[in-house]
Ligand binder design. Structure first.
Ligand code: ZN
Length: 305
């Protein structure tokens, strides 16, 4: 009630011309200098299943975008520290030579922050979902089987990713080549949370390089409305290599050791360029929707199909 009386008093003073503001001289308007509008900063968000996938698979594209003024950020989905892991989950840490009392995921989150600096990306976002071995996928073969019906990770991810992806000009995400369940669920969640047109789907490395079908297509529903775009990453190969080498806990498993990482990465990039028939030596390929393809065209060679 008091507020209502105050509002009425103010309105009454204004009608009587007693409001102090009404007695001040009207300032002269000075013409505004005409400045050309500054172009809006473009934003790229890469959605990585694990703490390394985006850099392994699309680190070159991300470094190129950052170099030319884009705001680049990597969001990694499965990064939670889990207390008292099951024996299989713990074995994925012990087989990297890390004792059981080390916070394995904290180490990997720190590796990821260091890697993003080499790419010129913003500080990464780490979503608090647990990796598949903590969600009932309790053996190596089960990691590569279809998602369990009771696994809520896809729904959880859709909700968590939605606000992050809403304003992005381009969203990069895994095709799911190799069928790792976390990659498949990430791909499904991104497809649901972002329009297909602005998504560029990367070929999951090193799975795509290992598979017996190196040109294996993307997972169900991803290819719709997309075509392959191959990007020359030769000028940013050093940045990508430096970023990859930050994932020290993973290099033995993924590349056979840190000293082999740069050579392995370069070989994969050569293989990708050759597979796409590109006129340059080192490439990364994406299946891109129309809007994503348009934005990448400065960097890209388009393939047919
Ligand atoms: Zn992964």
């Amino acid at each position: 009630m008091a507020g209502g009386n105050d509002e009425r008093r103010i309105l009454s003073r204004r009608r009587r011309g007693t409001d102090r503001g009404s007695t001040l001289p009207v300032p002269q308007r000075t013409p505004l200098a005409v400045t050309p509008p500054t172009p809006r900063t473009r934003t790229a968000i890469a959605v990585s299943p694990h703490l390394d996938d985006a850099v392994f698979s699309a680190g070159g594209v991300l470094a190129l975008l950052a170099r030319t003024g884009w705001q680049v950020q990597v969001i990694t989905c499965f990064t939670a520290t889990v207390a008292a892991p099951c024996p299989f989950a713990l074995s994925t840490q012990l087989d990297k030579g890390l004792p059981a009392d080390v916070d394995y995921m904290a180490l990997r989150r720190a590796e990821d922050r260091a890697a993003q600096r080499h790419l010129g990306a913003l500080l990464p976002t780490h979503l608090p979902l647990p990796e598949a071995p903590h969600r009932g996928y309790d053996s190596a073969p089960r990691l590569f089987q279809p998602p369990h019906r009771e696994d809520t990770a896809e729904t959880d991810l859709r909700l968590l990713l939605g606000p992050h992806l809403a304003e992005a000009d381009i969203v990069l995400a895994p095709q799911g080549i190799g069928d790792h369940v976390d990659h498949v669920l990430t791909a499904r969640a991104v497809a649901a949370a972002a329009g297909h047109a602005r998504i560029g789907w990367w070929r999951d490395l090193p799975y795509a390089a290992r598979t017996s079908m190196p040109d294996a297509g993307p997972r169900d529903g991803i290819a719709e409305g997309t075509s392959e775009v191959t990007v020359d990453i030769g000028t940013v190969l050093a940045e990508k290599s430096a970023a990859v080498r930050c994932y020290t806990t993973q290099l033995g498993f993924q590349f056979g050791g840190s000293e082999r990482a740069a050579a392995g990465l370069s070989a994969m990039a050569r293989s990708e360029a050759a597979r796409a028939g590109a006129p340059y030596t080192h490439g990364e390929s994406l299946r891109a929707g129309p809007a994503a393809r348009q934005l990448l065209k400065n960097y890209a060679q388009e393939a047919t199909g």
